[in-house]
Design a protein around this ligand. Structure first.
Ligand code: MN
Length: 338
């Protein structure tokens, strides 16, 4: 089979290797059908991920069909279309013991710490597999993973319909957050520096948008919500975004961070103390695939329409070159194994 190996940062190789074998009786061999390229994959490729190790087969937005099952597998059968959970956890550490495997102390993420899905076959335990909706194409189904990240963030924020949610950034993550947050009924305000993204945000049903390059963000927010947003989610993640949100967020509000930003941001502890702000991280997802798939099956959420480019897996290296070239028409690339 073919597999795309990131030998070290910026060195991608398409190699011919053996198909992996089922080892445990609850293992499943998955024949890949599609894999998304995420911003975090681009970081791993560039060598700017603070967590990845090399050499690495990237890919954590991975869907396929069950090709072979171990003798004790009961949840899936051969031919089932599935998405593979990216999280592999130890089950014994403190976060695992309180039901938070996504921040396991021995966390292994497929495509980051262990090999992921940029290959024609992979083996995963049956507990990692979720059945795909039948009416969703494989290339669209890769978006279930980014949506699960947005669901996680909204659940960490404990958003209710009484909240006024401010989302900083209307890129791919910001737009997934809007879709997820719309399910809560909260009023949503979004800022970005690109008008086209703000127009897309508006079309997704947010009440107010602010172009922070053209308008005074703090003044506009004050106009829309005198006390400030009750919840702020950082979907931009630049040095300075966290201190900015401690300024903008209402007293007693929650701030959610999502970036893997290594550079320090100078935060005035005074702001957090005096306003009793809750600053919470949101990483990966905790059992959110089921919720996303259920919301899709109930017609509450759209998964389609986010993938802008589909390339054959054989052209994966070209796909990364296209991203590096900075073509603005690229919103999301899905690699297809068909
Ligand atoms: Mn992703």
């Amino acid at each position: 089979m073919k597999q795309l190996l990131t030998e070290k940062p910026k060195v991608l190789k398409m190699l011919e290797v053996d198909i992996p074998k089922i080892e445990k009786s609850t293992d499943v061999l998955v024949k890949m059908k599609a894999a998304g390229i995420c911003g975090s994959d681009v970081h791993i490729y560039h060598g700017t991920s603070p967590v990845a190790t090399y050499p690495r087969v990237m890919g954590h937005e991975i869907v396929g069909v069950v090709a072979e099952i171990g003798k004790d597998v009961t949840h899936v059968k051969i031919g089932d279309p599935v998405i593979v959970d990216q999280i592999v956890n130890c089950g014994t550490c403190y976060p695992c013991s309180i039901g938070r495997p996504n921040i396991c102390c021995n966390l292994k993420v497929r495509g980051v710490h262990i090999d992921g899905g940029y290959r024609e076959y992979l083996v995963a335990g049956e507990e990692a597999l979720h059945l795909l909706p039948r009416n969703l194409s494989f290339t669209d189904a890769v978006m279930i993973e980014p949506m699960s990240i947005a669901f996680q963030s909204c659940s960490r924020a404990e958003i209710t319909k009484e909240d006024i949610l401010f989302i900083l950034g209307a890129g791919a993550l910001g737009k997934s957050l809007i879709k997820a947050a719309r399910l809560t009924g909260a009023r949503i305000i979004v800022s970005d520096v690109v008008d086209e993204r703000l127009a897309e945000a508006k079309a997704l049903g947010v009440s107010e948008v602010i172009n922070s390059k053209k308008e005074d963000l703090a003044a506009k927010l004050k106009e829309y919500t005198p006390w400030g947003p009750t919840v702020s989610i950082d979907a931009a993640g630049f040095p300075g975004s966290l201190p900015l949100l401690t300024d903008l967020t209402c007293n007693a509000g929650r701030i959610i961070t999502m970036a893997f930003l290594d550079e320090p941001s100078p935060v005035q502890q005074f702001k957090i103390t005096a306003k009793e702000l809750d600053v919470r991280g949101s990483r990966l997802q905790n059992n959110k695939f089921k919720e996303v798939i259920a919301a899709y099956n109930e017609g509450k959420i759209a998964i389609e329409g986010a993938v802008s480019h589909v390339l054959p897996f054989a052209e994966a290296i070209k796909a990364f070159n296209m991203i590096d070239a900075g073509d603005p028409s690229i919103k999301k690339i899905a690699l297809s194994f068909e």
